[in-house]
Design a protein around this ligand. Structure first.
Ligand SMILES: Cc1cc2nc3c(=O)[nH]c(=O)nc-3n(C[C@H](O)[C@H](O)[C@H](O)COP(=O)(O)OP(=O)(O)OC[C@H]3O[C@@H](n4cnc5c(N)ncnc54)[C@H](O)[C@@H]3O)c2cc1C
Ligand code: FES
Length: 283
């Protein structure tokens, strides 16, 4: 509370890291719970929302809550080390505390997807924000028709969630295709070799009654969109999540704008037809 008795929206809540998994040489998953048990009971979020996570003494960074809200025991975020805060995070160990503000932003319309086929396309570190939708659909499996996942990384080493890929790949009700860029394969690699858009074209998925969740590096998204266009997919049925730099996360600082749109509160989830209507130079 501030001196006026109002809740300070920038005040983080304390969370404790309960597990840390090294996914790749520079990507870590953190499992966490609130220090205050009452916060754990009260906490709820929607598929695709994000949080602002504080490393005390270093700063705050934005990460997607990458588990499904149906997972109640703990929450997760996955972070690639790119700079100051993420480097400090990589040194945080289980038992240590971080700050959390959120959940913020809009979500994937998982109710609207009910009864449809879902095609998930993702590259590199972008699997965690797609995974929250995949896990939600798996938790409510009978609500959704076919589930197809296409995931690629530069090398076998760079694939995140190898344990989840194994699980998804062993399910009869999921079609999983993994790929690595040419030259990134190992002698025992059993997946595809090729860039995600090329493998997508080869898969030739049906657009019939299908929604797409597409998140990855800009070049992967751009070329995958061209392939989906050729296959007749409607941009209004293709969803992605933008990662514009953020500060407040709540529509106050103007850091994340694309034209008149605040990515933090109007997004980060958008359909591709919404994105095509935005000033492209700001994305
Ligand atoms: C809605 C949203 C969700 C995100 N989810 C995840 C996630 O789940 N996992 C994850 O690893 N990262 C995610 N990010 C990106 C993450 O917030 C940044 O990588 C992180 O804040 C960088 O902090 P830093 O202090 O380590 O880097 P800095 O020292 O601030 O910057 C290092 C380098 O990274 C670049 N950079 C910083 N922030 C971003 C950004 N938002 N987008 C692109 N480049 C950036 C800088 O320009 C610079 O080149 C998300 C960002 C947003 C906005
Ligand atoms: S991050 Fe401050 S307005 Fe969006």
């Amino acid at each position: 509370m501030n001196s006026n008795g109002n809740q300070n929206i920038y005040q983080p809540k304390l969370i404790r890291v309960i597990d840390k998994i090294q996914e790749t040489p520079d990507v870590f998953t953190f499992k966490w719970r609130f220090v205050d048990e009452k916060e754990n009971e009260a906490f709820d979020f929607k598929v695709g929302q994000f949080g602002e996570f504080t490393v005390f003494g270093e700063g705050e960074s934005t990460f997607d809550i990458c588990n499904s809200p149906t997972q109640k025991e703990y929450n997760e975020f996955c972070c690639r080390v790119v700079g100051k805060v993420t480097k400090a995070l990589s040194k945080v160990e289980p038992g240590e505390t971080l700050g959390f503000r959120g959940p913020y932003g809009g979500s994937f319309p998982v109710d609207k997807y009910k009864g449809s086929n879902m095609l998930f396309i993702s590259g590199g570190i972008a699997l965690p924000p797609v995974r929250c939708v995949i896990d939600y659909c798996l938790a409510k499996r009978s609500d959704y028709a076919g589930l197809t996942i296409l995931y690629g990384a530069r090398t076998v080493d760079d694939l995140v969630y190898k344990y989840m890929l194994k699980d998804w790949g062993s399910r009869p009700d999921v079609k999983l295709v993994t790929t690595v860029d040419p030259g990134g394969e190992t002698p025992d690699w059993k997946g595809e070799v090729g860039f995600v858009p090329a493998i997508l074209e080869k898969m030739n998925p049906s657009r019939e009654n299908t929604y797409v969740v597409l998140i990855g590096p800009p070049i992967m998204i751009k070329i995958s969109m061209q392939v989906l266009g050729k296959l007749g997919f409607d941009p209004g049925r293709i969803y992605t999540s933008l990662e514009n730099k953020m500060k407040c996360g709540v529509g106050k600082c103007g850091r994340c704008n694309v034209g008149n749109v605040y990515v933090c509160k109007d997004g980060p989830v958008f359909t591709y037809s919404e994105i095509l209507a935005l000033p492209q130079e700001d994305i």
